[in-house]
Structure formats: C-alpha cells, structure tokens
Design a protein around this ligand. Structure first.
Ligand code: SF4
Ligand code: SF4
Length: 388
C-alpha cells in the first residue's frame, strides 16, 4: 500500500455506544432502503437523504452526515420499516453522542441554554409565561377544585399565533363548565425540545424536576396543547403519581363532545382538512380524536389529504428543525399546504386546514404567508370555539 494513501478510520466506539443507547436497534437494519424511499426529504430535494446509507455508515463506524440534524424525527420511515427498526431512536442516540462530543449545529446550544435559564426555548423571561392569559383570569391549578391541569407549554405561552389557539381552548373548556387551572408563571418545561434534539441527560434532568412539581401540586389529570409535550409526559416521563393521566387536548375535547358536556351552539358551514401532527398520529397512534371532534361539530365536512392519519406528512418542525434554518424550497410545510389546497379547492364557502400542534401551526402558517396563499390554518380548538 502507498504510505501516502489516506487511512480510513473506523470509530468502533461510536457503534458500541449506539448499540448501548438503542438497545441494539441499529443492528437490526438489513439495508432494504424503504426508509430512504419514504423520507419526506425526497419530496423537497433532488438527491434525497439516504437513511439506509446513513445507518450503514454508523454500522461500519464511519462518521455521520448532515442527515443527523436534518431528520425531523417524524417517524414516517419507521412506520414502513420491515424490520421494525426504531429509526428515530437511532437518530436521537446519535445526537446524544454528538452532544457528548460537542459536534452540534450552531443554534442548538443556545436553544438548550435558554431552556436551562428561562425554562423555555423562546429566550423569554419565565415571569412572562402567563402573560398570554392576563385577561382570561384562569385560576392557578388546585387539585381540590380542579378536574384537570391545562398544560400550556412554551409555544402557546410565548408565540402570538399559538396563544390564540390556547385562548380558544380556554373558551371551549369554560363553555363546557370544566373546572381547570394552569400553573401560570410557575409552569415548568416538559423538556420535549431537549428530547427532540437528542440531549437525553438534560431531558431527564428537566423531566425529573417537572415530575416533582406535578407530584407536589397534586396533578393527576392534565391536558397538553402540544403533542410533543403530551408524548414526553406519556412515553418518556419518570413516575409522577398513581393514576397520572396525560392527554392531548383533542382527546379531552372528543370526550366533552361525545358525553354532551360541550354542546355546539352554532352550526358551521365549513370544509376542513386535518393535518395530523407526527407526534400525535405516529408517535402515539392517535388519529381518531381530532376527527371525532370534527365529526361532532354540525356543519363540518372533512376531506382527507393524500397523506393522512398515520401516513401524515411532517410539517418539518419536529426534531429541533423548528429552530434550525431550512432553505426556501426545502420546507416540508410548503408541500403540505399545497396538498391541503388541492383537496380544499373544490369546496364552496369557508375552507380550513386544521391542525392540533403549535409547531405545525407555525410552520404551516409560515408557508401559507410565504406562498401568498388564500388558505386559512386553524387549530382544532379554534374551530370548536367557532360553534359557541
Ligand atoms: S427500512 Fe429499516 S431495514 Fe430497511 S434500510 Fe431502513 S432501517 Fe434498514
Ligand atoms: S424520521 Fe422522518 S425525517 Fe427522519 S429519517 Fe425518518 S422519514 Fe426522514
């Protein structure tokens, strides 16, 4: 061998650590390539992200590629993987290793620093967390008086658009006479963002603290606005209390409507298509609740997009991508709003693209604005509130 020839370095430690973190998941892959064909990056790039090749590289102990941070953890690939590989766990574990090695994209460390200092990823003072509700007079959660805790989350606390969805939900809960409270400025973070960007140790630290707050405050039943928080509480949290039952708010609204506690007053005349959030439909197999809510509202006609239910198309905001730059022309949400437009176009009268996730709301609305489309995006709670 020519002594000048570069030597290919294999990183055995990477593979060993990955196996340890994923319980051997990465070894299951037999390189069929289904994941590559399914990944939505193929819809926005001429040369798609090769998930198969990415996994092969780490199996061989080669360095990871930019795909590590492109993945939105949407889980579409793993829905179709014939070997049942938890591909999102592999991406998260590799991100954890990248954090250990301090090899993370610009922007993510400051995101986590904000979570550390401010309890939110929006670089906003924690004291302002309840400002969105200053005119709503929502009481602080008291287990002796309240049936549920409304877990608002960072996006709905600080983002102007998402605040409107939170206010609509409050209106609906009041109309149904639900006794509920919030934790206001004391609301702790769910830590879902830390989980999404793969900083598992920091997530565990946050989850431990938040679980303690819930325990001390006597929280048994909570409804979360964000599917990301709901997923964290349901699937990744330490013990909170006996009977701790987190729900996504659409699940609770479906119960309110079906039990007759919430009765729509005004019939609507709208055609709605529903964008399933990945963290509801795929990570938690919940595709029914939002549709049950829509079905219970008089005058709503539901039309489905080509990608719907567990086959939903990611908005591009998960896995920390909300906080990273995505080139114009590469945004999944652009593809998604076009899909919505297509099924809603034949509708006469009011047509709405609905969703049930703060991140989806922000990404989809950005795309609608950027493309100057006449498409209305609303949260499910906002649609329900229209019937009051
Ligand atoms: S679909 Fe599953 S088995 Fe096939 S290449 Fe992807 S991870 Fe491997
Ligand atoms: S989780 Fe989604 S974005 Fe990530 S590799 Fe799979 S399909 Fe692509």
């Amino acid at each position: 061998m020519d002594s000048q020839e570069p030597v290919l370095m294999l990183d055995d430690a990477l593979w060993e650590r990955l196996l340890e973190l994923t319980g051997g998941q990465a070894a299951l892959c037999y390189q069929c390539g289904t994941c590559t064909a399914i990944c939505p990056w193929g819809l926005v790039r001429d040369e798609t992200v090769s998930v198969r090749e990415f996994i092969r590289r780490v199996q061989l102990g080669l360095e990871t590629t930019e795909a590590l941070w492109l993945c939105t953890t949407c889980a579409q690939c793993e829905t179709y993987c014939p070997r049942g590989v938890s591909i999102t766990s592999i991406f998260r574990a590799l991100r954890e290793i990248a954090w250990e090695r301090r090899e993370v994209p610009q922007g993510l460390p400051s995101l986590l620093w904000s979570l550390y200092w401010n309890d939110n990823t929006w670089s906003q003072p924690p004291s302002q967390r309840a400002q969105w509700a200053k005119d709503l007079a929502i009481p602080v959660f008291d287990p002796a008086q309240h049936e549920i805790l409304l877990y608002v989350g960072g996006a709905a606390s600080y983002d102007n658009r998402v605040q409107k969805a939170a206010a609509a939900l409050v209106k609906v809960l009041r109309a149904a006479d639900v006794a509920f409270g919030i934790l206001g400025a004391e609301e702790p973070p769910s830590g879902a963002d830390a989980l999404d960007v793969g900083h598992r140790p920091f997530f565990e630290e946050l989850a431990g603290k938040t679980a303690t707050v819930f325990r001390e405050r006597g929280v048994k039943r909570l409804i979360a606005l964000s599917p990301h928080s709901y997923d964290a509480f349901k699937n990744h949290y330490p013990f909170v209390s006996e009977g701790f039952a987190p729900q996504h708010y659409t699940q609770y609204l479906a119960e309110l409507l079906e039990s007759g506690r919430f009765r729509p007053n005004k019939p609507l005349e709208v055609t709605v298509t529903f964008h399933d959030p990945c963290y509801l439909a795929r990570h938690n197999a919940e595709t029914d609740a939002p549709r049950r809510v829509l079905a219970a509202l008089p005058g709503v006609t539901l039309v489905e997009m080509a990608h719907s239910g567990t086959d939903t198309l990611c908005c591009g905001g998960g896995g920390g991508r909300m906080y990273l730059e995505t080139e114009v022309g590469e945004r999944f949400s652009d593809v998604r709003v076009e899909e919505a437009q297509e099924v809603l176009m034949p509708a006469t009268g009011v047509a709405i693209m609905a969703t049930a996730c703060p991140y989806c709301m922000v990404c989809l609305e950005d795309s609608v604005k950027a493309r100057k489309m006449a498409l209305t995006v609303k949260d499910i709670a906002e649609i329900v509130a229209l019937t009051i």
